[in-house]
Ligand binder design. Structure first.
Ligand SMILES: NC(=O)c1ccc[n+]([C@@H]2O[C@H](COP(=O)([O-])OP(=O)(O)OC[C@H]3O[C@@H](n4cnc5c(N)ncnc54)[C@H](OP(=O)(O)O)[C@@H]3O)[C@@H](O)[C@H]2O)c1
Length: 177
């Protein structure tokens, strides 16, 4: 299986969500998410499905949803019941498209170690969250950083990280740097 990619919007505390919802709805962030994932394959947890418009899978992408519910069927999505089943499916389908892990908290925790590229939106904000992105305790190095965006009273930027495999570098994001 080729390495997965991961995409998330995180705040200063690594917060990603609150009460089952996204913490932020930022126009440029949504646009970047769309541009990166459209016509690709996306993997997400059952709770994250509820955060999409009308609670439906996203169009123009292959939607792969993780749920333990063996009777669950979702129109325009493929339901997988474990990471093992997911990996088998990805191995068996010869497909050149990128595979993005798009959340939420539980899925990031389970699948981040299978990713080699991380598309983060860093939002320089401290809003309270109850869902968090994992701490980057693997060797991730910053590959590129966008300039600063400003929207809805918040500053944010896009940062792409690559797994280096060297085992020790933990990059932290700094607004002023
Ligand atoms: N900021 C961002 O970039 C971003 C992106 C996505 C989501 N979020 C936020 O993250 C929060 C949701 O995170 P979450 O952790 O509560 O939910 P989640 O990861 O979206 O979904 C959890 C559900 O996925 C299924 N699941 C998880 N692990 C599984 C496994 N190993 N095998 C089979 N099914 C599995 C289970 O579904 P069943 O209950 O059906 O068994 C589980 O209840 C929300 O606040 C959301 O807004 C933020």
């Amino acid at each position: 299986m080729k390495p997965l990619k991961c995409i998330a919007a995180v705040n200063r505390d690594r917060g990603i969500g609150k009460d089952g919802r996204l913490l932020y709805h930022l126009h440029e962030d949504m646009r970047r998410f769309h541009d990166l994932t459209v016509h690709q394959r996306i993997i997400y947890g059952h709770h994250t499905l509820a955060t999409f418009p009308h609670g439906r899978p996203l169009s123009d992408r292959e939607n792969i949803i993780l749920s333990h519910d063996s009777s669950l069927t979702i129109e325009n999505a493929r339901v997988m019941h474990s990471p093992d089943e997911l990996f088998l499916y990805l191995d068996e389908t010869e497909d050149e498209r990128d595979v993005f892990v798009i959340g939420g908290e539980s899925i990031y925790h389970q699948l981040l170690s299978y990713c080699d590229t991380l598309y983060l939106t860093y939002i320089y904000d401290d809003s309270e969250a109850d869902a968090f992105f994992p701490e980057l305790n693997e060797s991730w190095a910053i590959d590129s950083r966008s300039s600063l965006y400003h929207e809805k009273g918040m500053d944010y930027r896009f940062v792409t990280l690559k797994k280096t495999g060297s085992g020790s570098i933990i990059e932290t994001e700094n607004k002023e740097a």
